[in-house]
Design a protein around this ligand. Structure first.
Ligand SMILES: [Fe+2]
Ligand SMILES: [Fe+2]
Length: 410
């Protein structure tokens, strides 16, 4: 017999006991932490995007770049692979520039991302630009990428260091030009560079280089929203993460949770499915029933999402909620089968918001459910699949949301 959680048996503590207060962040700082999501989408080694960004900075510093040029360079390195996750008929570079825009970076960042596959000798793509016609940030990231790919494929930073330090890097000159190649050679001969590249908290080091930019809550909201948009673009469900975030936030407000929780739950709503970027597309797109192995891959996504954000400033609690957004009050959820006190209120809210948006959306194997069908299905799960108090709050939350700005779901 299925276990139903009573509405009064368990009332999660809603007081703010730990760090559930979002911190203002700088734009590049938060991107440095979130960039791990692009690594899993491109099946790169963890920290790839951050290493490319950091090394490009080291090269720029040796070339005498000013603070403003270096400030623009960091997001180019961090986002150079961002477009790989996005499905876009114009290719991953155009998609990467789109992601940069979603983060709020200026057009020069997007232009440099578009130039990361150009070559000094004019044999690159997409435009076959040559020499000084190529935005220099594109060349620097391309050179840093070359060295980082070499280091990643060597499987051992020590072996990579020995090989790169003994090489003349002559084959880099046609790619990035003599001046960039020389500066890269100098950076790779500095052991501080290598220590930093494999530092446990490289995003923190990257963020420190991001010399200016004011910390703000808006930067965090914008970055979380942009990451959700990347996930939606990967799954071809535009607007889905923003809708789930808005609904989760509204449910939290309707239930009377403190404002700090409501804001943090909204951030969790944007980023809870980041881990899906690491699931192969033949699995996420499969129109038929998943095999046990494929199901296992899908079930890893809450934990992966949590790991991608847990070290970002102020997001430790948000990461815990994200990890539990597919748990169920009756203990039959995944990945940990949490129940009772183990399952806090924020993930209970995220689960209902997520389910509502999923049911209202078209899927490869079915059409969207209408409002009545969706509500009936969610109400049927109250106390088992979904927290009964959250389900009770859902109609009012939806009314308030629709009065404000309708959800984009069908
Ligand atoms: Fe890359
Ligand atoms: Fe999910």
């Amino acid at each position: 017999m299925q276990q139903r959680e009573s509405t009064t048996a368990f009332a999660p503590d809603l007081s703010i006991t730990r760090g559930t207060v979002l911190r203002p962040v700088r734009q590049v700082e938060i991107l440095a932490y979130f960039s791990g999501a692009f690594d899993i989408a491109e099946q790169q080694q963890p920290g790839h995007a951050a290493r490319v960004a950091f090394l490009a900075q080291e090269v720029a510093r040796r070339m005498g770049f000013g603070a403003e040029e270096r400030r623009r360079l960091l997001p180019v390195g961090l986002l150079h692979d961002a477009g790989v996750a996005v499905r876009n008929e114009h290719g991953h570079l155009v998609a990467g520039a789109w992601v940069a825009e979603r983060f709020g970076f200026d057009a020069a960042v997007g232009e440099a991302i578009l130039a990361t596959h150009e070559r000094w000798d004019g044999r690159g793509r997409p435009h076959g630009l040559a020499g000084a016609d190529i935005p220099v940030a594109g060349l620097l990231v391309s050179a840093a990428h070359w060295a980082c790919e070499f280091a990643d494929s060597a499987m051992s930073p020590l072996r990579a260091r020995a090989q790169l330090q003994s090489s003349s890097l002559a084959d880099l000159e046609p790619l990035a030009g003599r001046e960039v190649a020389a500066a890269l050679r100098s950076a790779l001969h500095d052991d501080q560079t290598w220590l930093a590249l494999w530092d446990d908290d490289l995003p923190r080091l990257v963020a420190q280089v991001g010399v200016d930019g004011r910390p703000s809550h808006r930067n965090l909201e914008q970055a979380a929203r942009a990451m959700g948009e990347v996930v939606d673009a990967a799954s071809r469900e535009p607007g889905r993460s923003a809708d789930a975030s808005a609904l989760a936030r509204q449910i939290a407000c309707t239930m009377g949770l403190p404002d700090a929780y409501c804001d943090a739950i909204a951030i969790a709503g944007h980023v809870m499915d980041l881990g899906l970027l690491g699931v192969p597309r033949h699995v996420t797109d499969k129109p038929s029933i998943l095999t046990v192995d494929e199901m296992e891959m899908m079930r890893c996504h809450p934990g992966v999402s949590a790991r991608l954000i847990e070290r970002a400033p102020g997001l430790a609690d948000v990461a815990e909620w994200v990890a539990a957004h597919h748990e169920r009050p009756d203990g039959r959820g995944y990945p940990e089968m949490l129940s009772g006190e183990e399952l806090a209120m924020p993930p209970r809210i995220l689960a209902v918001a997520d389910a509502y948006c999923a049911l209202r959306a078209e899927r490869p194997h079915r059409t969207a459910f209408d409002e009545d069908e969706t509500m009936a299905m969610i109400e049927m799960g109250a106390g088992r699949q979904f927290d009964a108090r959250v389900v009770e709050s859902l109609p009012q939350a939806l009314r308030m949301l629709h009065d404000d700005a309708p959800l984009g779901v069908a």
